[in-house]
Design a protein. Structure first.
Length: 367
């Protein structure tokens, strides 16, 4: 007998019961999915000259006009995490609105250039693992306030191809997208204070709100210049917004009254038994909780944005008694599976992304 309470959801309409299969939870990976796009700045333009370098083991994600970033996709499937060079993903940039509504435009066939044309707010970034996003360098007033959307389209491996999915997205109305992988993300533009200073210089304004005479009776300078407010040195010395990294996990495995703790790195393989209670804690580097300067006030105050990377968890098998937190996941290892893979996506909420996986080989022979 089928247990409808467990296998389906039933809705009563006009006295008639309609039953539908219970959808899988969003964290369960049952098909290949394009989860996220990570941007890594590889070449900086002239406007990035005032920006400090990132730590040597981190990669900047925030872009200024003229910067170039490579695109890394996070694609998970039931059997593995896919590498970039195994995938055929087409990327588009949209500067005025969300991408799906703009991809119908003929301009989507044209490659993106270094200048943003308000009449053609969509363009083709490129395709495949070598695709790079170049942030247009002008006109500055449009680039500063028109943070682009980056849109990725690909066919699910073994089910569809990318050309078919592109045609389905660009059709009016949309075609069949059931075997397509789609994801959209906002490009993080900044540091904003650099754009603020550049705009004030272009406009010839004094952002200090005071007189242009910056001298004092004793001949010393107050820090203002004819070009406007000069930020304190700490702004120039701070790190730009960079991607966090998934580097270490603390894994606690409880079996009966026995408990063991393991320091694990991404892609490690750990041995467990069905019925074990497993706790994973993603060990975060304090540097990834950034507080970058965002805007400069006329009185010299600095407005900061506080970032705290949070983890989203995925699994390729149903997990018993699952409990997830901001940087921890716990569950009871299920029976009937040979391996469980846990994928962690770390997101700082402002464009910075990282991911890593742990593999558990499950011994289901003991009761």
């Amino acid at each position: 007998m089928v247990d409808l309470a467990r296998s389906a959801a039933c809705v009563w309409t006009l006295g008639i019961a309609a039953c539908y299969p219970t959808p899988d939870p969003p964290w369960l990976v049952t098909r290949t999915e394009l989860i996220a796009l990570r941007l890594e700045v590889t070449r900086e333009g002239e406007l990035s000259e005032p920006v400090a370098a990132t730590p040597p083991d981190r990669i900047r994600t925030e872009m200024l006009p003229g910067d170039t970033a490579r695109i890394r996709p996070f694609v998970v499937g039931p059997d593995r995490v896919w590498e970039s060079d195994e995938l055929d993903i087409a990327y588009y940039a949209c500067f005025a609105s969300l991408c799906p509504g703009l991809l119908h435009e003929p301009a989507a066939d044209l490659p993106c250039g270094t200048r943003l044309d308000p009449a053609t707010p969509v363009c083709s970034v490129g395709r495949g693992p070598d695709a790079e996003l170049v942030m247009p360098s002008e006109p500055l007033e449009l680039v500063s306030f028109g943070a682009p959307q980056l849109f990725g389209i690909a066919g699910a491996p073994g089910l569809s191809d990318t050309d078919t999915c592109i045609a389905a997205v660009r059709a009016r109305p949309f075609g069949d997208l059931s075997d397509c992988m789609l994801v959209e993300r906002t490009v993080s533009v900044g540091p904003s204070w650099v754009l603020q200073l550049l705009q004030s210089e272009q406009e010839g304004t004094d952002t200090s709100g005071g007189d242009s005479d910056t001298g004092t009776d004793d001949g010393t300078s107050t820090g203002d210049t004819d070009g406007g407010y000069t930020p304190p040195p700490e702004v120039y010395l701070q790190w730009p917004n960079f991607n966090p990294e998934v580097e270490r996990f603390t894994v606690v495995i409880t079996r009966g009254t026995a408990e063991r703790t393991i320091d694990a790195a991404p892609s490690d393989r750990l041995s467990v038994r069905a019925g074990d209670r497993v706790l994973i804690v993603l060990v975060q580097d304090p540097r990834d909780s950034q507080a970058p300067a965002v805007l400069l006030e006329p009185d010299g105050d600095i407005i900061r944005r506080f970032e705290r990377p949070l983890a989203r968890w995925y699994a390729n098998a149903p997990l018993d008694e699952r409990s997830a937190g901001l940087d921890a996941l716990s569950w009871t290892m299920p029976h009937g599976v040979a391996e469980v893979r846990i994928d962690a996506l770390l997101d700082d909420g402002y464009g910075g992304l990282a991911w890593g996986s742990l593999h558990f080989e499950v011994d289901d022979t003991s009761g």
